[in-house]
Design a protein around this ligand. Structure first.
Ligand SMILES: *Cc1c(COP(=O)(O)O)cnc(C)c1O
Length: 421
């Protein structure tokens, strides 16, 4: 489904004009479509409906409590990677039994908070973490539910910064070492209960074969463990499904579920998924306004009011974000003489850009632009670098608009700072 479409020359989110939102709430501004979020949740739930499953939305993709609440109401759980994300999930009313906790550097405090909230399981990424969880659980007189995140050494065929399932990555325990850790741990670690096995091999995967390869390796491990007397109940296959940013061919969720249900056929397992990008990526645009146009020898710069602090992906990964003019006047053919622009922000860094050499209709000062595919790793990666308050986040539902996070103020910027008063 598509929630951002042109009507009479103007780009809309559902039934709301983006130009009207920018006029009312200012720019930069994130706009999410509730209908889109609902339809993605349903796509996952339907695709896996033929198998025992739990879909845990990966909170780091976009962490607003209202988004988590919506997913919770639709029956989803959460995949968290920090105590802060646990706090958000609790605020959103996500029950512990629908929370899985991943991440390479969990602290004792974070572990005890998650134990107290009775999460479904920890995805453990090292042997030392397993010992720490055992110790914290012993102190609390609890049994900690645990899965081991294995590193299956499968190439996800994606950008190196978002590849996690290769030997050289910092994530998980090499799959060939996992069996020994499970079997010894079951014997020695009195406050650990092994629930399942987990992997997450990378993000923005547009090819399905790495998913199948890693699932097959997990199945092999699960069967070897069963022969050793350890029967796991869950297989967590992580997130990673790619989305269309430009003209990529991306698989459907149903194709992913077909692969997984096929690979785990005949085993009594609950399949856990941790989708992030594929849930929220195309649910939002970031609106930004052209401040100045600058023409230097061989370059056209459009300087906009959003910078790398508001949207980091292009600077961080050289990621492509599609950019559209919000108002297009089809009668004025001069608009269609395409020009190549570098769309850059106001931050004092040469790496501060949203697009390079992008062909767009002729731009003018004050034009409103929509940065597409802004829902995942957009606002959640934003910062206040250059002392820029973070943008407002809006959720559109049909013709109604909710502010789900106010634009930050200058006062917010210095919150907690010693002002010497
Ligand atoms: C980031 C992350 C995800 C979500 O990945 P997407 O590519 O956004 O679907 C899932 N699981 C873990 C452990 C992660 O770190």
């Amino acid at each position: 489904m598509e929630s951002f479409i042109y009507r009479n020359h103007n780009l809309y989110c559902e039934d709301v004009s983006l130009a009207a939102l920018a006029a009312e709430y200012g720019t930069p501004c994130y706009v999410y479509s509730k209908a889109f979020l609902r339809s993605r949740s349903q796509a996952y739930l339907q695709a896996f409906s033929g198998h025992k499953h739990l879909v845990c939305y990966s909170v780091k993709a976009s962490s607003n409590v209202q988004l988590l609440k919506l997913f919770g109401e639709l029956g989803l759980g959460c995949d968290i990677v920090s105590g802060g994300e646990l706090f958000r999930a609790k605020l959103a009313g996500i029950p512990g039994r629908k929370i899985v906790y991943s991440g390479v550097g969990k602290t004792a405090d974070e572990i005890s908070q998650a134990l107290a909230y009775k999460i479904l399981f920890f995805n453990v990424e090292s042997e030392s973490e397993l010992y720490l969880i055992n110790r914290v659980a012993a102190e609390m007189d609890l049994i900690a539910p645990v899965s081991i995140r294995v590193n299956p050494d499968v190439d996800p065929l994606t950008h190196p910064y978002i590849s996690t399932g290769l030997k050289e990555n910092k994530f998980g325990i090499p799959i060939e070492c996992a069996e020994k850790i499970y079997l010894e741990g079951s014997e020695k670690l009195k406050n650990i209960k092994f629930m399942g096995v987990d992997c997450h091999i990378g993000s923005q995967l547009t090819n399905l074969s790495p998913f199948r390869d890693s699932a097959l390796r997990l199945r092999g491990l699960i069967e070897r463990l069963a022969m050793g007397g350890l029967h796991l109940k869950y297989v967590d296959l992580g997130g990673g499904l790619g989305i269309k940013y430009d003209c990529e061919d991306v698989p459907e969720v149903k194709q992913l579920s077909d692969i997984f249900t096929d690979v785990f056929e005949g085993l009594d397992l609950t399949i856990v998924l941790e989708p992030g990008r594929s849930m929220v990526g195309n649910s939002a645009v970031m609106l930004t306004r052209v401040q100045f146009l600058k023409h230097t020898s061989g370059k056209n710069f459009a300087i906009v009011d959003a910078g790398m602090n508001d949207m980091l992906r292009p600077s961080l990964y050289g990621a492509f974000q599609k950019i559209d003019k919000v108002d297009i006047n089809f009668e004025n053919s001069a608009q269609f003489s395409d020009v190549n622009y570098d769309i850059v922000g106001p931050i004092c860094e040469s790496g501060d850009f949203l697009a390079k050499a992008r062909s767009l209709p002729k731009l003018e000062q004050g034009d409103l632009l929509a940065v597409r595919g802004a829902g995942a790793y957009g606002f959640s990666m934003s910062s206040t670098y250059n002392s820029r308050p973070r943008p407002v986040e809006l959720l559109v539902d049909g013709s109604s608009v909710t502010v789900i996070r106010e634009r930050e103020t200058y006062e917010d910027l210095v919150k907690g700072e010693n002002l010497g008063r």
